[in-house]
Design a protein around this ligand. Structure first.
Ligand code: AQP
Length: 340
């Protein structure tokens, strides 16, 4: 008889990330989030969603919205995520998100939500449409995370407050009833890229920026990228180095560093004595090369509607298996009569 024992399979930690189809994803979304997702998917049990329910907190044109949802799904494949390895789905295809969000609304205080800075920023930006969904957005985000019992959630600085709320809600529910939800931890990547607007470098680059010169979309053609970077706001100092009062150059250095892997000292050294024109041309080249393979793969996926539908259907079924289990657990604890 063999004495050999097989080591028990170590369960991978589960990581969850979402992206809103609220526009065409930008270089900011790519460098700050998407680029890392492929690496994370290789290490963790990855769940990635197109957060369409979140996107309607701001008014969307129906035809454009539909197109953007498919584009973001195709982009998730174009960055190299494998639908057989990771769970890739469209949020609204898994009804448990909306159902759990409603339940969690009743375990969240009005005062807590009122402190959310994103609500304050977005309600100021969309003063004509300060809807309840915008206010309750963090509760839906908590539902997204808690349904999958995610261990880790990659967050940028802008999302930290929302993850804190998700943890508070989960702890509250677990205390009132019994342990139900995994308490998610923030996952802080090595490179915390925060890409700023090319026209207002003290504001983050956003896909819903009404000024297209402020952002580079991941599908922008090379000549458009070159033009946008050429017209990026800088300063009149004329020297390439990272420093105070140099938001525009700091932003371009950050972008260049993310695309080339070079650190700030090396960049400052390489462009010592050269003007902003030469530096901007190098940044534009680096961005074009960084996005080229993504744009090429995207073109293949977006042309194959049947495959996208298949990926979405398989992903939703796989996501629902996990999400429904959590939802039923929650409903049972609250005292609902469960459907047979
Ligand atoms: N400028 C940025 N720099 C670095 N990371 C960024 N992210 C967004 N903008 C930057 C990260 O991208 C992921 C997906 O973001 P999202 O689409 O879910 O929502 P968002 O943060 O609100 O992105 P946008 O582009 O600003 O969308 P709109 O204009 O619709 O509000 C997140 O991990 C985010 O941190």
């Amino acid at each position: 008889m063999s004495t050999e024992t097989t080591a028990p399979a170590v369960q991978k930690k589960r990581i969850l990330s979402c992206i809103q189809p609220s526009g065409i994803p930008t270089l900011g979304n790519y460098l700050g989030a998407l680029k890392n997702w492929k690496k994370l998917a290789d290490t963790f049990d990855g769940t990635f969603a197109v957060a369409d329910l979140h996107a309607i907190t701001v008014r969307q044109d129906p035809a454009t919205f539909r197109k953007q949802i498919n584009q973001v799904l195709a982009l998730l494949l174009a960055i190299g995520l494998d639908p057989d390895e990771s769970t890739i789905f469209i949020q609204s295809h898994v009804p448990a998100h909306a159902q759990l969000a409603w339940i969690l609304n009743c375990y969240t205080q009005f005062g807590e939500m009122s402190r959310m800075t994103q609500f304050k920023d977005k309600s100021a930006a969309h003063a004509d449409n300060v809807n309840v969904g915008l206010f309750a957005y963090p509760v839906l985000m908590a539902a997204d995370i808690l349904l999958y019992q995610a261990d880790l959630v990659p967050v940028g600085a802008d999302q930290k407050q929302h993850l804190e709320i998700a943890r508070d809600i989960a702890n509250r529910f677990n205390t009132i009833y019994s342990p139900t939800f995994t308490i998610p931890e923030p996952y802080i990547g090595k490179q915390g890229a925060r890409v700023m607007s090319l026209q207002a470098p003290n504001k983050k680059m956003s896909k819903s920026d009404p000024n297209p010169k402020g952002y580079i979309s991941v599908f922008d053609e090379p000549n458009v990228i070159v033009k946008k970077i050429k017209s990026a706001v800088t300063d009149c100092d004329g020297k390439v180095f990272y420093g105070e009062g140099k938001d525009g150059i700091n932003n371009l250095m950050g972008i260049y560093s993310c695309c080339t892997g070079l650190d700030y000292d090396r960049i400052a050294h390489d462009f010592d004595g050269k003007g902003y024109g030469e530096f901007k041309a190098a940044v534009a080249d680096a961005v074009v090369e960084e996005l080229r393979p993504v744009r090429e793969r995207f073109a293949q996926y977006i042309a194959d509607k049947g495959y996208l539908e298949e990926v979405a259907a398989k992903g939703a079924a796989r996501a629902a298996r996990v999400a429904d289990r959590t939802l039923m657990k929650v409903m049972k604890k609250v005292g609902f009569v469960l459907p047979k």
